[in-house]
Write a new protein. Sequence first.
Length: 260
Amino acid sequence: MSEPILVNVAGGVMTITFNRPEKKNAITSAMYATMADALGRAETDPAVKVVLFEAEGSAYSAGNDMADFAAQNSGAIKDTGEVRPVTRFLRALALAKTPLVAAVGGLAVGVGTTMLLHCDLVYGATDARLTTPFVNLALVPEAASSLLLPTLVGHQKASAMFMLGEPLDAITAEKVGLFHSVYPTVDDAKAAARKAAALLATKASSALRATKELMRDGQALSALMDREGAIFGRQLQGPEVREAISAFFEKRPADFSKVA
């Protein structure tokens, strides 16, 4: 069985690839841990100048693996007091000094979209569809997206994405600045992202990192993530999420009117 996350370093570029196409690259705790470790390495390994995110298959990522959600909501996953892999990954994104590049095609759901808000260059395919349907699952935004998404798309569009689950298409994503540029196919988007990553890898690392530090306040974003995470965790343990998860697996609309 192939690894669900592939990590490769060549020519100064660390490529992190979602490699679970049979599940539309839904992300498990183990996958978060692998990516968090990779981003940690990127910050200290002089061989890594740039990080590039890619995906195999028709979807960039379907977001969090729902089986993981179900296990956490049921209490099957015990709280050991350690920082959860998803939290480590999100903090690593917020605090990354290394330039982050992504190539996106197909569905990018939940964290599949919010992680892109932390990338410095994102190249999209025309079939890319970005969704953040947190409220549909009785949850709240994460990854500092409650600040970053409205800043990019405006309050009205962000509200529609968060509260109604409306998608953001590739052309609009380019217009608002979430995508650097859009290409006919995901292979074209990957080629453009790889070219940009390779070019960044030839530049002065200290200047790149200092420029990124000047452009964004990672500490402030990390603090916002902590606030979001506390509310997210509270919601995750509630009866509304249990109903949302049951509805997902039973392939029916959630009925929150029955939740006490």
